[in-house]
Design a protein around this ligand. Structure first.
Ligand code: IMO
Ligand code: MG
Length: 425
């Protein structure tokens, strides 16, 4: 494992954290490359539950150094509250264990206010964001007029730059959304408070990561969100504002594509989505409700009930294609243990046409009907399985069929939240 990328192959919440935590045991460095505190990465270790929004999950492996890459939008408030919680639970994270890119853009209180105001103004057309200020922070990054990067928080002219940034945001809040403006001096005071605390963590993380690879250290790239939430390849506009796909691991860290070995797509044995937007295999009936309860499918960041549906192979093929996946990590197989009959979506019917590829055009997607293959469930527990052979025959057949339909080999299977409940193929 010189450089391995782990990313979501669906709409996020695929169980990436569990897979990252499992693989982090063999990693020296774990790096987040995109997104921000919108992630909800839940890990269970030794009966304790941890939820990370911004820090890489790898922080739980005390031999690994964690990196927040330039592609992340960093909310200092979230960062320090996560670091404080870790310290309070006996895991202090000194600067030697956490390197933060000076080029990462900063999420400030007005980004969150703008995120909320924008969602309210969209009414029933809202995207269903996590309200963590992600879209507005990336918008500032791309607009290049008032954005602040981590390195700017350390700069002597921070106060002036912040004042003009807050004033510009207040103009938008009041004139476009009719929302309450923020107190400029309060934002300045709060942000300055974070500057000194951040300073020892800041680094040129592209240099750091490439040097680590030169030295033969193993680097794990931890994706947030999922392929279908990618700003370019996802179900736009119902997506997040970053490249969640494999290319983002390079642009978001300053590590070149030739250095990446494996790219693992994490995929649930069924599908979920939180927030709005298309979901062709969504179950709006009791079956969907049953899967939600079996899997306790409620969001780790916002607590929202997740929409549930059958495994969709057109999406798995699309994830394989845009990410160049070398393997799938199939998670939550155990959740399907009691389900008597299962469906796998193999393609879509669009009028007279059979579509094998996930359509990029939402107008086409809207008119697509999933084509299902029905299979018997295995109705036996899988949580204790530690090798492929331990799985019931029905579960093995289900995994093999997913592999065939998606065109990517399954390299890991998760049969429970614990680190041990993992099968390597
Ligand atoms: P992890 O890393 C699931 C969804 C939101 C919304 C859309 C845009 O836990 O898989 P944003 O706040 O990013 O502007 O919201 O993206 N979303 C996620 N859904 N898991 C996540 O992260 C998500 N991060 C964002 O629900 O639909
Ligand atoms: Mg989540």
């Amino acid at each position: 494992m010189p450089a391995t990328v782990v990313l979501g192959a669906q709409w996020g919440d695929e169980g990436k954290a569990k897979i990252v935590d499992y693989l982090a045991a063999g990693a020296d460095v774990v790096v987040r490359f995109q997104g921000g505190a919108n992630a909800g990465h839940t890990v269970e270790v030794g009966g304790e539950t941890w939820i990370f929004h911004l820090l890489p999950v790898g922080v739980l492996n005390d031999h690994a150094v964690c990196v927040i890459g330039n592609g992340v939008v960093l909310d200092p408030e979230s960062l320090f509250s996560e670091l404080d919680e870790l310290a309070g639970r006996g895991i202090p994270v000194p600067p030697e264990r956490l390197r933060v890119s000076g080029c990462a853009h900063v999420v400030l209180p007005y980004h969150k206010a703008l995120d909320r105001a924008s969602e309210e103004s969209l009414g029933s057309g809202a995207l269903g964001t996590t309200a963590r200020g992600i879209g507005p922070a990336y918008r500032d990054k791309v607009a290049r007029s008032h954005a602040l990067r981590v390195m700017d928080l350390l700069d002597a002219d921070l106060r002036d730059r912040l004042r003009s940034a807050v004033r510009a945001a207040n103009d938008m809040l009041t004139s476009i959304y009719g929302a309450t403006p923020l107190d400029v001096e309060e934002v300045v005071r709060q942000t300055q408070g974070f500057s000194e605390r951040l300073r020892p963590y800041v680094d040129d993380t592209s240099v750091y990561l490439n040097k680590a690879l030169d030295d033969g250290r193993r680097v794990l790239f931890e994706g947030a969100q999922g392929t279908l939430l990618d700003i370019d390849h996802g179900t736009y506009p119902y997506v997040t504002s970053s490249n969640t796909t494999a290319g983002g691991a390079c642009t978001g860290t300053g590590v070149g594509p030739t250095r990446i070995g494996e790219i693992i797509g994490v995929t649930k044995a069924y599908m979920t989505r939180v927030g709005n937007g298309p979901f062709p295999t969504e179950l709006l009936d009791d079956e969907g409700e049953r899967i939600r309860e079996l899997g306790q499918e409620y969001g780790a960041t916002t607590g929202r009930a997740r929409r549930c549906g059958w495994f969709d192979a057109t999406i798995a093929r699309m994830a394989g294609r845009v990410n160049g996946l070398t393997g799938l990590a199939l998670t939550r197989l155990d959740i399907l243990d009691p389900v008597e009959r299962l469906k796998l979506c193999t393609a879509y019917r669009h009028g007279d046409l059979l579509l094998e590829e996930f359509p990029a055009d939402p107008r086409i997607l809207d008119k697509c009907e999933p084509v299902y293959e029905e299979v018997d469930g295995w109705c036996a527990p899988t949580t204790g399985a530690r090798s492929f052979a331990d799985l019931p025959a029905g579960a093995r057949a289900y995994v093999r069929r997913i592999e065939e339909l998606s065109g990517t080999p399954v390299s890991l299977i998760s049969v429970g939240p614990d680190r041990d409940a993992t099968i390597r193929l």
